[in-house]
Structures are given as structure tokens and as C-alpha cells.
Design a protein around this ligand. Structure first.
Ligand code: C2E
Ligand code: CA
Ligand code: CA
Length: 565
């Protein structure tokens, strides 16, 4: 990458000279101030009696001002003018009409020039060290990219230019890119490696964007692309290039690494808008991309409303957790061969302060991409362990969201957590969804392996609704498969559905997977799944999810007919 792309004040070096007129005005007024001070200085010297008295050096003030505002040549020039003003025509003693000798005023001019050279050098050094300091403040030390401070300054300039006149065609725009799992790289391989990943991504992006636009490191795991003027097509195509960059594995210290990216963009509309709001809107679009499980979204005012809802939901869930409004219901699972109760699935229920029960479908999908999923899952783990211990429950299955599975800290410590409650890992089964596997297959595999090594059973939930193939499943150390209820609901009507279900069960068995069929609602469906050889069934036909007291008193009903009985 061209290091030039990352100059600290990029706007100063581009064709976008927004402040040319302001600069000329400032220069003219400074020249006038210097000229006026020279005239005033000379007048004071004359009025106070001439160069033989106390004030001749007052005329050095405009020389010092020139050094502060301009370079060496103008300063020397102003020193010579000052020397001449106090030169041949300025008396040494006005009262006595005594003139100076040429040596006298020539020596003064030389002295003034010396002062001019010295003060110019002094101000030049001060300016350079100040600029260096400013540059240090605006550069991310770890990657050498311009940082948030540089962005703030550039955005401010872009926005104020937009208010007066448009310097380039198109609209100013930003794309915020987040490296979703950078912290995991950081945990596993250290901050330096994570910084290299960021730099390598920035390098790839900067190849894809036109030179006049810039890439900033906005935060540890976020890059921001600033377009001084661009069309929607241009920005969308850069977003596509970012996506491709994310799909490439970067070789860092000899190790191929890939991080998951998500991005949001915002086109700066006309009207007054603060730099912070520009970034916030791009962030809102980024959240919308996360919500829709996508890679990229462009800001839409509708998102703000959704964000507000999300913030409200998060705060009420947080309050719900604090005030014990959550509880775990259990839905029994039946061993089809023996007809016996062989465990249950723990399903979250929220009894909100108005007494109504909220089903997880209403809040879990919105929570899954927030950090709150962690305390919610930890609550489920704790409650399941407490209930297992207190009521001597049979095996309990709990649901892990994609984010939980990617949370190495949670995955690796699960064995330790359950042992704190005195629960054996075999007593717990973790249900994961296909979505979690698809997002990052390599990482998901490591997580599943870790859970299995700690002694937990791991089942793939909602099988058939996603994209997993059996070939893919063969490479995962799963213990079981839960066939989604969509395959069960159509069993009665369609022979095609029956063929699909029976082949699914056979193939899963061929892979040594324990097969659970969910959503069994009728006697007929029960008979079919029994006939096809599924191992376990779950559904309203046997029982709905039950609160703990009902669950522990629940007995397999007489309507459960089995092969063996
Ligand atoms: P899931 O894991 O597939 O759970 C099964 C869902 O199907 C439950 O809905 C259950 O009540 C429902 N169900 C069971 N048998 C039948 C049936 O015969 N017919 C029909 N129509 N439905 C049946 P629920 O409890 O509303 O949970 C919905 C989803 O919310 C769950 O789907 C799961 O994805 C999620 N969820 C629930 N609890 C948790 C949790 O603790 N953590 C996470 N991450 N997700 C959870
Ligand atoms: Ca489940
Ligand atoms: Ca399911």
C-alpha cells in the first residue's frame, strides 16, 4: 500500500483545497498588521526622541510577528525594512537634530537581520515539532493508519465544505467495517497479531478504493472508509471489494487467518450533521446488517426506529434478568423404542412485570447478536444445573446460539461451570443450529470438539432448515441430530415427505448420530417416526414445555405406543 494514502491531514494534500480564499484573506490581513506595526514602531521611536533613546528595539516586534506567521525570506525582508525605517532618515536625537552615522544604522540592520534569522529558525522548529506531535496524535501507532482523531478532523472539513460548496462530484460517504471476531485472534495470538490482521485488511481495501478516499482505524476492531464524494454504486462496489478482502485468508506470521467482516455505510445528506452522527448512522446500518445475518447494509432512517426498539428490548431483558423474570420450562423427550421419558429440552420463558409470558421466539432472535446473549445463556446453564441437581432430572438439552458457540471463553469453561454445580457433563446436551456452523465452519468445528472433549453431547438442531449436507456433518464430532418439525408436519399428507424423513433418519444413523424428531403432534406422526426408526421424539403429542413442578410429576402417557411394548 502506498503510505501516502495515510497522510495525517489527507485533505491538505488533495485537490480539495476548501480554504484557499480564507487563506488569502488571512495572509493579506497579516501583511497589513506587520506593515502597520512597522510604521507605528518607527513613529514611536521618532516621537520618543530618536534612536539614541530607549525605544528603537520596539520595531523588532513586527519582525518577530513576521517570523511567527511567515518564513525566513519575509522575516529578513521585514528586518531590513525595520532597519531602514530606523536608518538614514531617522535622527539619533530628534530634539537636538543630531543624525546617526552610517555605521550606526548599518550595524543595526545587520543585528535586526541576525534576529530575523534566529527567530525564523526558532518558529520553524516549533512549528515542525508541533506538526510532528499532531501527526503522532492522529496516527494509530500499531498499524500506522490514521486514527479516529484524524478522521474527526477530516470529516469536520468535509462536512463544512459540503455546507458551502461541493468540491468533488458525488456525496460524502462513509463505510464502517467491523472485524467481528478480532478479539478472538487477540486472545489466541496476542494483540500484535490482531493489529497485523487489521493492517493487512486495510492494505487490501486501499488497493480497491480510489486514491483520494481514505482508510482509518476507527477503533481496535473497526476500520472506517471516508469517501470525499462518491456515488452509491461506487460505495456499494467498494463494499463488495471489502467483502472479497474478508473472504481471503491473510497469512500473518505464517498462519492463515480469516476474520468475519460486517459493514454499514452512510451517505451524508445535505443539512447540518455532526461528524459523530455520520459514524453513528454507519454503525446503525452495520447493526442492521448483523440483524439480517448479512455482510453489508446502507443506512435507512427506518433503522433508527429498530435500534430504539432494540435498545428498549435490551434494557428490559437486563432488568428481567436482574429481577428474576426468566425461567426455564422443560419439554420431555421420549425414547421411541422403550416409550420411556429420557430427558427434556430446557426452553426459556420470560414472565414480564405485567404477568404475561413472552415466548423466546419474540426476543431471542433480537438478542442473539447482542452481548446480552451471554448473560441469558449463563442464566439458562445455571438454572438447568440447579434443576438437575435439585430434582435429579434426567438429561437436559439447552440451546446455544451462534454467538455462544463462537464464544471460546464460554465453550472452554462450560465443563468447569457445570462442575461448580456438581453436575456431570453427560447430564447436559448442547443444541446448536445450522446457522452457527455455516457462519464460520472452522471455528464451529473447534467449538464442537471442545464441548465433546469435555463430555457434553452436542446435537444439531432444526436439521433440514439450513444448508448442512450429510457429507459436511461427517466431519463434525456431533452426537446427534434433531430433524426439524417442518418434516413432520407434512407426513400425513405427502408420501414424498415420508420418503425424505426416512432417508434422513437412515443417513444420520449411518453417520452414528442419535436421531431426535421434533414437533410430533399426532398419534399418526408418532407411529410413522417410530416405524422409521428415529431414536427420540419430542412434541405436543407427548407434552408441551412444562414448568419444573409439572415436569417432575410428568409421566409418559398411556397413549405412547412403542415397538417394544
Ligand atoms: P427450538 O430449539 O427448536 O425449540 C423447540 C420449539 O418448538 C419450542 O418453542 C417448543 O415449544 C416448540 N415445540 C415443541 N414441540 C412442538 C410441537 O409439537 N409443535 C409445535 N408447533 N411446536 C413445538 P419455544 O419454546 O417457543 O422456543 C422457540 C425457539 O427459541 C427454540 O426453538 C430455540 O431456538 C429458541 N430458544 C428457546 N430457549 C432458548 C435458550 O435458552 N437459548 C437460545 N439460544 N434459544 C432458545
Ligand atoms: Ca432446540
Ligand atoms: Ca428445533
Amino acid at each position: 500500500m502506498n503510505a501516502d494514502n495515510f497522510a495525517v491531514t489527507p485533505l491538505g494534500r488533495t485537490a480539495l483545497d476548501f480554504s484557499g480564499r480564507d487563506r488569502t484573506l488571512r495572509t493579506v490581513s497579516r501583511v497589513l498588521v506587520v506593515a502597520a506595526s512597522l510604521a507605528i514602531g518607527a513613529s514611536i521611536v521618532y516621537a520618543t526622541g530618536g534612536t539614541g533613546y530607549a525605544y528603537p528595539y520596539i520595531i523588532l516586534l513586527p519582525v518577530i510577528l513576521t517570523a511567527a506567521w511567515f518564513g525566513l525570506v519575509p522575516t529578513v525582508l521585514s528586518a531590513v525594512i525595520a532597519g531602514l525605517l530606523l536608518g538614514p532618515y531617522m535622527p539619533q536625537d530628534v530634539g537636538r537634530g543630531l543624525m546617526q552615522s552610517p555605521q550606526n544604522w548599518l550595524a543595526r540592520i545587520s543585528f535586526f537581520v541576525l534576529i530575523a534569522v534566529f527567530t525564523s529558525w526558532l518558529f520553524h522548529s516549533l512549528r515542525t515539532s508541533n506538526q510532528r506531535h499532531l501527526r503522532d496524535l492522529q496516527v494509530d501507532r500499531e498499524t500506522g493508519l490514521p486514527n479516529q482523531a484524524a478522521l474527526r478532523e477530516d470529516l469536520h472539513r468535509v462536512l463544512s465544505a459540503g455546507r458551502s460548496r461541493q468540491p468533488v462530484s458525488g456525496t460524502p460517504a462513509v463505510i464502517l467495517v467491523r472485524l467481528q471476531d478480532l478479539w478472538e485472534v487477540m486472545e489466541a495470538m496476542g494483540a500484535q497479531t490482531a493489529d497485523k490482521v487489521v493492517r493487512s485488511l486495510a492494505d487490501q481495501i486501499s488497493v480497491a478504493i480510489p486514491r483520494e478516499h481514505h482508510v482509518y482505524r476507527f477503533s481496535t476492531s473497526e476500520l472506517l472508509l471516508l469517501f470525499f464524494g462518491a456515488s452509491r454504486e461506487e460505495v456499494d462496489s467498494v463494499a463488495n471489494a471489502v467483502r472479497s478482502a474478508g473472504e481471503n485468508e491473510a497469512e500473518i506470521d505464517g498462519i492463515p487467518l480469516r476474520v468475519q467482516l460486517v459493514a454499514g455505510s452512510y451517505f451524508v445528506e445535505t443539512g447540518v450533521i455532526a461528524p459523530d452522527s455520520v459514524v453513528n448512522r454507519a454503525r446503525t446500518a452495520l447493526y442492521a446488517a448483523i440483524d439480517s445475518n448479512g455482510f453489508y447494509r446502507s443506512y435507512d432512517p427506518m433503522f433508527d426506529q429498530k435500534t430504539a426498539e432494540r435498545v428498549r428490548l435490551i434494557s428490559s431483558v437486563r432488568k428481567g434478568l436482574r429481577e428474576n423474570e426468566f425461567s426455564l420450562f422443560y419439554q420431555p423427550k421420549i425414547c421411541l423404542k422403550s416409550g420411556r421419558h429420557m430427558g427434556g429440552e430446557g426452553l426459556l420463558r420470560w414472565f414480564s412485570s405485567d404477568g404475561s409470558m413472552v415466548l423466546p421466539g419474540l426476543f431471542m432472535p433480537k438478542l442473539e447478536n447482542t452481548t446480552l446473549i451471554d448473560p441469558v445463556t449463563r442464566f439458562v446453564i445455571r438454572k438447568a444445573c440447579e434443576d438437575i441437581k435439585q430434582h435429579d432430572l434426567l438429561r437436559v438439552s439447552i440451546n446455544f446460539s451462534a454467538k455462544n458457540l463462537m464464544d471460546s471463553a464460554l465453550v472452554q469453561s462450560l465443563g468447569r461451570i457445570v462442575s461448580l454445580y456438581g453436575v456431570e457433563p453427560e447430564k447436559l446436551e448442547i443444541e446448536i443450529t445450522e446457522g452457527a456452523l455455516i457462519r464460520d465452519p472452522a471455528h464451529a468445528k473447534v467449538a464442537v470438539e471442545s464441548l465433546r472433549n469435555q463430555g457434553f453431547l452436542v446435537s444439531l438442531d432444526d436439521f433440514g432448515t439450513g444448508y448442512s449436507s450429510f457429507q459436511y456433518l461427517a466431519h463434525l464430532p456431533l452426537s446427534g441430530l434433531k430433524i426439524d418439525r417442518a418434516f413432520v408436519s407434512s407426513l400425513n399428507e405427502s408420501s414424498h415427505a415420508r420418503t425424505v424423513l426416512s432417508s434422513m433418519i437412515r443417513m444420520a444413523h449411518a453417520l452414528n448420530l442419535h436421531v431426535t424428531v421434533e414437533g410430533v403432534e399426532t398419534e399418526e406422526q408418532h407411529q410413522i417416526v417410530l416405524e422409521y426408526g428415529a431414536d427420540t421424539a419430542q412434541g405436543f403429542y407427548y407434552a408441551k414445555p412444562l414448568p419444573v413442578p409439572d415436569y417432575i410429576n410428568w409421566k409418559c402417557g398411556p397413549n405412547v405406543d412403542t415397538v417394544s411394548s
